[in-house]
Design a protein around this ligand. Structure first.
Ligand SMILES: Cc1cc2nc3c(=O)[nH]c(=O)nc-3n(C[C@H](O)[C@H](O)[C@H](O)COP(=O)(O)OP(=O)(O)OC[C@H]3O[C@@H](n4cnc5c(N)ncnc54)[C@H](O)[C@@H]3O)c2cc1C
Length: 334
């Protein structure tokens, strides 16, 4: 594994990406290297997110930026197989569990030399209910985007939705944003996200992308810096040839220290009564109570906080384990 900080050379890609636009830069490099290449990622359209294939650099903005609800992958694994059989090059991106699903579907073809995968450092993903409640709360018909870096990249600045209010795009402040209140409680995450096997330091994808919260100078950080981890030779060879991205080497630990989902996928929140209940029962609650619980209004905050505290302790213990493992590796190498 090798870790880098980096950003897209194209300022528009950097500006429009969730962090440094590294994904768009890699997609651009892939399409430049392979004339018949295909890039697959998540697209947001009419409040729905689904996986979609493009083959032109001009279409990269259709897939750029993070969408924090589950992307529908219906039919896409079949499409990847068909492209590979036609002899085309495929760059597939998504959450690590989606990369695992693709590999499972492809069977022996998973190691195909024409397939490159990029997976995200993934915090867990809520279902569509989170967005439905959000839009209903603001009486908005449409979401334009989940992230906006106008005020900086740190999550308290950039995690804010832009929605249609009375026909105009309005960006909600993070502290008031109902979607992010729900997102950050993890209460509506898919049940599998609390025991994610793929949020592990043994990464499944060729290249991992995330936010690089630390280790960049302030000006660069304001414009956006992605964390890029290459997990195998294929990822390394591709990144070394990509001339559309600026990178600088850092350490896996520097990325991990602010990104627990690079190395662990266990969450105590799965034992919260609301997370334990089947969705059907939760939806029977009056909407005002449901929203109050999901957005941690008092007194519901008191019920949620112990899970958060246990999680923090668990993360620091897990990080200690990771650090020891890397220090040993480093010492042996010396
Ligand atoms: C649900 C989710 C949770 C995340 N949690 C973290 C986290 O905890 N820590 C962290 O460092 N980074 C997290 N990320 C990644 C982060 O938001 C950025 O995607 C990453 O920093 C790369 O940014 P970028 O500017 O290079 O690329 P971006 O322009 O953000 O593009 C990334 C690519 O990711 C794919 N993508 C976007 N949304 C989805 C989706 N819903 N499902 C599948 N694929 C998608 C698309 O192919 C998109 O083109 C998360 C992303 C998602 C989607």
């Amino acid at each position: 594994m090798k870790a880098y900080g980096g950003w897209a050379n194209n300022p528009k890609f950097r500006h429009d990406g969730a962090s440094g636009g590294a994904w768009s830069a890699l997609a651009e490099a892939f399409l430049k290297q392979h004339k018949d290449g295909v890039v697959i990622g998540a697209r947001l359209e009419n409040n729905k997110v689904y996986h979609y294939a493009i083959n032109k650099v001009e279409d990269i903005p259709l897939l750029a930026n993070s969408k924090y609800i589950q992307s529908n992958t219906d039919g896409i694994y079949k499409t990847v197989k068909a492209f590979l059989k036609e002899g085309r090059w495929v760059f597939f991106s998504g959450c690590p569990c989606q990369i695992a699903a693709l590999y499972a579907y492809l069977g022996n073809m998973r190691t195909h030399e024409r397939l490159l995968t990029a997976g995200l450092i993934c915090h867990g993903i809520p279902g569509e209910e989170a967005l439905e409640l959000h839009l209903k709360y603001y009486n908005s018909p449409r979401l334009f985007s989940f992230r906006n870096k106008e005020n900086g990249q740190f999550y308290t600045e950039s995690q804010c939705t832009t929605i249609d209010i009375d026909g105009r795009p309005v960006t909600i402040k993070r502290k008031d944003d109902v979607f992010y209140k729900i997102f950050s409680t993890w209460l509506l995450d898919r049940k599998s996200c609390s025991n994610c096997r793929y949020s592990s330091i043994e990464r499944i994808e060729d290249i991992t992308l995330g936010d690089f919260w630390g280790g960049a100078d302030e000006k660069e950080f304001k414009e956006g810096v992605s964390a890029i981890v290459v997990n195998n030779q294929k990822g390394y060879d591709f990144l070394s040839k990509a001339d559309t991205i600026h990178i600088y080497e850092t350490s896996v630990l520097k990325v991990a220290v602010t990104n627990p989902h690079l190395y662990m996928g266990f969450k105590f929140i799965q034992y919260h009564p609301i997370a334990l209940w089947p969705d059907f029962f939760r939806r029977l609650l009056p909407e005002s109570i449901r929203l109050a619980i999901l957005t941690r209004k008092m007194p519901w905050l008191l019920l949620w906080a112990p899970y958060k505290i246990m999680q923090k302790i668990y993360i620091s213990w897990q990080f200690g384990q990771l650090r020891r493992k890397y220090e040993e590796l480093w010492t042996n190498k010396k």
